[in-house]
Design a protein around this ligand. Structure first.
Ligand code: CMC
Length: 373
């Protein structure tokens, strides 16, 4: 057998084909640039695009909205479970458990046909924001706020979380962040979902695994670290010295760097405008100034640039959302990309089973236990 080629972390390895998204020449979903989508479309239209392959007509969007809005509810046993989880359960862990639990209640759970997977994907798209909002409110001892069928994905989420309607500016900012988080080719969580369903497992299992992969701070968990880092600097006066000292200690500054984008992440530039615009009302200009200083130091010292999590953490903070909700919000958007990939994988499946380069001991014989000294 020939020696397989090996790239640590699979860097640069093409591990499959997809028609959903490319990072070549700027990020695009099914051929549409994310800048164009953020400017001209709602997240709901982008969700339809990712799941169904084309941007919707007005009638298709209306029908999609009706189906998704009608599914914005949870089975009572899951509501009960969310209220009973230990108080230290993080919102993302609760979401992972909830998606797994939702599989028990979905009548299509074991059906891997294209149409059944689309139905399940639309239901999860509807249910995930409800899980996040219900768990959040239960953890604060607040009564749940029933979903509104007339609101968009972003507007309904903010409404359920807070119990009051968000402003149009807040909804637009949240919507753009969801569009930018929706899909990103073979990132770790999406690849995890594809590996899981390539065994002919099911969509809920794939999404549960994807949420587990998203959690880590090298992936989706990074957006929950951004404000901690900014707070740790103390503010603009100390930002440069703090960043240089952290780099000297070989610490990673979460929200910077990317496996694929070495010259900058187009999504970060788009969302920075929204983080910047939201800051004054929240009295958060200081953190925008701090972020600018850190960006300059990271570029000069490490030739490293912000990724999407850097402005997303700041935007959500300026919207007065609590930090442990940030990665669940990422998941509330990425469910569209994950599900599109699960469907694409299962529509043309081949088991994903790579090889490992063996680094262990050479072949040897088992000694009797009395001879093992
Ligand atoms: N701050 C400081 N140093 C860094 C950073 C960073 N954010 N990222 C990488 N480095 C250094 C790293 O320490 C290593 O240095 P050395 O060669 O001296 O050991 C070098 O750069 C290469 O790092 P790597 O981990 O081999 O590079 P990678 O291509 O695997 O890294 C990454 C990609 C995203 C894991 C990494 O840049 C990172 O850890 N960033 C911080 C976490 C983060 O923001 N993640 C979000 C990613 S994008 C959106 C998402 O998925 O949520």
């Amino acid at each position: 057998m020939s020696t397989p080629t090996y790239s640590p972390g699979l860097e640069g390895v093409v591990a499959g084909e997809t028609a959903i998204c490319t990072v070549e020449g700027g990020l695009s979903y099914r051929g549409y640039g994310v800048g164009d989508l953020s400017e001209h479309c709602s997240f709901d239209e982008v969700a339809y695009l990712l799941l169904h392959g084309e941007l919707p007509t007005a009638a298709q969007l209306q029908q999609f909205h009706t189906r998704v809005a009608a599914a914005r509810r949870l089975p009572p046993p899951l509501k009960h479970l969310l209220g009973e989880l230990p108080k230290w359960t993080t919102p993302l862990d609760a979401l992972r458990t909830a998606v797994s639990t939702l599989g028990h209640f979905d009548q299509d759970a074991a059906d891997n046909s294209h149409d059944a997977n689309l139905r399940k994907a639309e239901r999860l798209l509807a249910q995930i924001p409800v899980v996040i909002a219900d768990h959040y409110r239960a953890s604060k001892g607040l009564p749940e706020v029933p979903a509104r069928q007339d609101l968009s994905h972003a507007a309904n989420f903010l409404y359920m979380l807070r119990g009051t309607e968000a402003t149009a500016t807040e909804v637009k900012a949240m919507d753009v962040s969801l569009i930018l988080y929706a899909e990103h080719e073979f990132n770790a969580s999406t690849f995890a979902a594809r590996v899981i369903v390539s065994t002919l497992s099911d969509l809920h299992s794939g999404i549960t695994g994807a949420i587990g992969a998203l959690k880590g701070p090298l992936h989706g968990g990074a957006n929950e670290k951004v404000m901690d880092i900014l707070f740790a600097t103390g503010g603009p006066e100390n930002a440069e010295a703090w960043t240089r000292a952290a780099l000297a200690r070989k610490e990673r500054i979460m929200g910077f760097g990317h496996r694929v984008y070495k010259a900058g992440d187009v999504r970060a530039g788009i969302l920075k405008t929204y983080a910047r615009a939201a800051a004054p009302a929240a009295g958060a200009e200081k953190w925008e100034e701090t972020a600018d200083i850190m960006e300059r130091v990271m570029a000069a010292e490490k030739n490293m640039y912000p990724n999407l999590d850097w402005p997303a953490g700041r935007l959500y903070h300026a919207m007065k959302l609590e930090i442990p909700l940030y990665t669940p919000i990422f998941a509330m958007s990425r469910i569209t990309g994950w599900a599109a990939h699960v469907i694409e994988q299962l529509d043309n499946n081949r088991l994903i089973r790579p090889r490992a380069l063996y680094k262990g001991p050479a072949a040897r014989a088992v000694k009797a236990i009395s001879d093992r000294g």
